[in-house]
Design a protein around this ligand. Structure first.
Ligand SMILES: NC(=O)c1ccc[n+]([C@@H]2O[C@H](COP(=O)([O-])OP(=O)(O)OC[C@H]3O[C@@H](n4cnc5c(N)ncnc54)[C@H](OP(=O)(O)O)[C@@H]3O)[C@@H](O)[C@H]2O)c1
Length: 285
């Protein structure tokens, strides 16, 4: 019977420890960490994600501000806004909520490059991505950081294991490649053009699925004893579903993240942690 990698429980513990650290730093310096979230347009999912992030910030003592630009704004206006936040010494972390509206999508990297790497709490600036290439995990995206922390917290052996990641995005799959390699795992990365995906899945000791397709992973597809990290999220009948049929695979896997309650809360927790780390690097005590 698979054991549960309880991300919700661990995230609550980490958030509570972080809250204490922030409180002590605030008492000593009189400065609170502050996160600025930039939202371009009015995509409902993006609005919801930002609301959740800001709510959790408030709960643990991180100030936050929402910078809203309407979808008719120009490239220059967005560049100016990012520069203003870079120069604002009261702001320690900046997130540009993705995806951007269609007209800005081709310029996403240009906008991210404009963010001060020290304030890039999403870990997407080329300088931070480059550091990870050298196994430097000073600033890495929150989801992969949350996944690795969860596995290490539960002492899941990574060394020598065959990790299969179904996702090659900048926020999930690509950072995980380097983080698993650093821990001496062997990594296979799959995507929509992978031939014989089922064969790769069957060989995984650790399977990370992040595709946003409910119940994609079923009992017949996996190897006995596999560790499953279910990252993908979809809404089905008003409820959040992962990429894995949890009930079906539970008897076959050795460990599994519930979804919701696994990777999601760890992601939010490490966004806060990244913001705190950015604050610590920027305040002069
Ligand atoms: N819980 C959390 O905290 C959290 C955090 C981040 C993301 N997520 C969820 O994780 C999922 C992925 O997010 P993302 O931002 O990485 O999305 P994304 O940029 O769209 O990436 C999806 C990846 O999955 C691959 N893929 C999609 N369908 C596939 C299939 N049928 N077979 C094989 N590969 C397939 C894509 O391949 P190609 O590259 O070939 O297109 C791509 O690499 C979403 O459901 C998102 O909501 C959850």
């Amino acid at each position: 019977m698979g054991k549960v990698l309880n991300g919700k429980e661990l995230a609550e513990r980490l958030n509570s420890e972080l809250k204490n650290k922030i409180n002590l730093d605030y008492q000593r310096t009189g400065i609170k960490p502050k996160l600025a979230a930039i939202l371009v347009g009015d995509d409902p999912a993006s609005k919801l994600y930002i609301t959740i992030k800001r709510k959790t910030c408030a709960e643990i003592g991180i100030d936050s501000t929402l910078v809203k630009l309407n979808r008719e704004c120009t490239k220059a206006e967005l560049f100016t806004k990012i520069s203003e936040l870079n120069n604002d010494t009261t702001v320690h972390g900046i997130i540009l909520q993705l995806p951007l509206p269609v007209k800005f999508k081709p310029f996403t990297l240009e906008f991210i490059e404009k963010i001060d790497p020290l304030k890039d709490v999403d870990g997407l600036h080329p300088i931070n991505k480059g550091k990870l290439f050298d196994y430097n995990e000073e600033i890495v995206p929150a989801t992969p950081k949350g996944i690795i922390t969860l596995l290490e917290y539960y002492n899941v052996e990574l060394k020598g294991k065959h990790v299969v990641i179904i996702n090659r995005s900048n926020l999930v799959g690509k950072p995980l490649i380097f983080m698993f390699l650093k821990r001496n795992a062997t990594v296979t990365v799959c995507h929509t053009s992978t031939s014989d995906l089922e064969n790769h899945i069957k060989k995984a000791d650790i399977l990370v699925v992040a595709i946003g397709q409910p119940d994609f992973i079923t009992k017949d597809k996996i190897k006995e004893g596999v560790v499953i990290i279910d990252v993908g999220t979809s809404r089905v009948n008003g409820k959040t579903r992962g990429d894995v049929n949890f009930e079906e695979v539970l008897g076959t896997c050795s460990w599994i993240t519930p979804n919701p309650g696994g990777v999601g809360p760890m992601t939010v927790s490490f966004l806060l942690q990244n913001t705190y780390n950015a604050y610590k690097r920027q305040i002069s005590e």
